[in-house]
Design a protein around this ligand. Structure first.
Ligand SMILES: *Cc1c(COP(=O)(O)O)cnc(C)c1O
Ligand SMILES: [Zn+2]
Length: 430
């Protein structure tokens, strides 16, 4: 139940295949098109334009439901919320200056419920599933989506069954269990988990797998709506996104297209940059070869500390690639060592400790600036998609100095001369 239900109207009209444009009824539970592609949610934008102005939104609650006209939940009584959305955009001033991009900013999704931006997709996906009468849902996950969907399902009083790779971050497994989900781990990758979760679908469980239900995109779309509003109804020059299944990137593009159609923003899209790991980079490879879809990355080779982007095959590959090309963006792969170094460097410079996926965008920005793809005066927004605390074991920092109970602080501890510090991976300015 959403607390403020005054004048709630969703402009939802129907679902439409992202590939063949076939239309589907939005008021029955749906998965993918008969052609196998994801379904996109469509709204009556004329109705939105007539009923609400950007100024009206400014006075609404600081969560993603402030964009209710552009979201699919028809009745506020069906909203399942933990206060998600409206995350801050933080300037990374010192770090940005050091890598030659003083206009660097991060949208920090690490403070959302369940510690990742998967909460956005889960809040909207679970709310709409609840509205359509779904009682049991299942999904394969690399960890964060399972934790988020299990958590929102619990709040909705629904059953949730998640299947995740054995080496998904431990904490996400525990979060899912704590939320009362049925949790299975598999000695394999998310693709293997997907095959197993598919068996529950055959037994009547609703599939909430990435892009296999239409509403997760709508939740992640709110990142794009917030970016535009937080920039004062305009967009930055470049948006840099750590890309696994690509839902967030597809969602941000969809948001900006809808806002453009409404006339709430004008001008060009930001250039989108998809960041992947050198250990699993099917989108980067497809982008570089000019292909419209991506070949799956060999599953036994897919490996990175940035677990959320360890996705060998993305159902929405063609939507990701068209967002990159239409916006004159690019795709880039970075390696784990660079990710871990930038992660700590940014925390030391600006106090923003990103998850490895978020830090991958920093490594990418540094490289794109060095290569000249980014100019020094551009406004560049990176998405930090989750909290570093979920992956605390991966942090590359030195041990603190151990002291005995009766020890004194060593003299260098309080010296104001240049200290060596306890932070590894900190680089000197170039
Ligand atoms: C899932 C996830 C991603 C990738 O998200 P997509 O939108 O599916 O590409 C990135 N970062 C984190 C922390 C994630 O959990
Ligand atoms: Zn289709």
């Amino acid at each position: 139940m959403y607390p403020d239900d005054g004048g709630w109207t969703s402009a939802l009209t129907h679902l439409e295949c992202g590939r063949c444009a076939e239309r589907y009824d939005a008021d029955a539970p749906q998965n993918v098109c008969h052609c196998g592609s994801p379904l996109l949610v469509r709204y009556d934008l004329d109705q939105v334009r007539a009923s609400v102005r950007p100024e009206d939104i400014a006075s609404r609650g600081a969560d993603l439901w402030r964009y209710r006209e552009l979201l699919p939940v028809r009745d506020p009584a069906n909203v399942i919320t933990l206060g998600e959305g409206w995350t801050p955009i933080l300037p990374l001033t010192r770090y940005g200056r050091r890598i030659g991009v003083p206009g660097l900013l991060a949208k920090d999704e690490g403070m959302l419920p369940t510690g990742s931006f998967k909460a956005r997709g889960a809040a909207v996906g679970v709310s709409r599933a609840h509205e359509l009468g779904v009682r049991q849902l299942t999904l394969p996950t690399n960890g964060n989506a399972g934790a988020a969907w299990a958590t929102y399902a619990s709040r909705a009083g629904m059953e949730c069954l998640v299947v995740m790779p054995e080496d998904a971050p431990q904490v996400t497994r525990k979060e899912s269990l704590a939320a009362g989900a049925r949790v299975y781990t598999v000695d394999g990758l998310i693709g293997d988990a997907g095959r197993i979760a598919g068996q529950a679908v055959r037994d009547g469980w609703f599939s909430a797998a990435t892009l296999r239900e239409p509403y997760r995109i709508e939740g992640k779309k709110t990142m794009g709506l917030e970016i535009a509003e937080q920039f004062g109804w305009r967009v930055p020059d470049v948006v840099v996104y750590p890309t696994g299944g690509g839902v967030g990137l597809i969602g941000i593009r969809k948001a900006l297209d809808e806002l453009t159609a409404l006339g709430w923003i004008t001008g060009r899209l930001p250039r989108f940059v998809a960041v992947q790991s050198t250990g699993c980079a099917p989108i980067v490879r497809a982008f570089e070869s000019g292909a419209e879809t991506a070949e799956p990355w060999p599953a036994d080779e897919a490996r990175t500390v940035a677990f959320g982007i360890n996705v060998a095959a993305a159902l929405g590959d063609f939507l990701i690639l068209s967002a990159l090309r239409d916006s004159k963006g690019t795709a880039i792969a970075v390696d784990d060592q660079d990710i871990l170094e930038e992660q700590v460097a940014c925390a030391a410079d600006d106090g923003v400790l990103m998850c490895p996926e978020g830090a991958a965008t920093l490594a990418a920005v540094r490289r794109l600036r060095t290569d000249g793809w980014l100019a020094g005066d551009e406004e560049v927004l990176v998405l930090n998609t989750g909290s570093a605390l979920k992956y605390a074991d991966a942090l590359q920092v030195d041990r603190p100095t151990r002291l005995g109970r009766d020890a004194d602080l060593p003299p260098e501890a309080t010296s104001t001369a240049e200290t060596t510090g306890t932070v590894r991976g900190r680089r000197t300015p170039r």
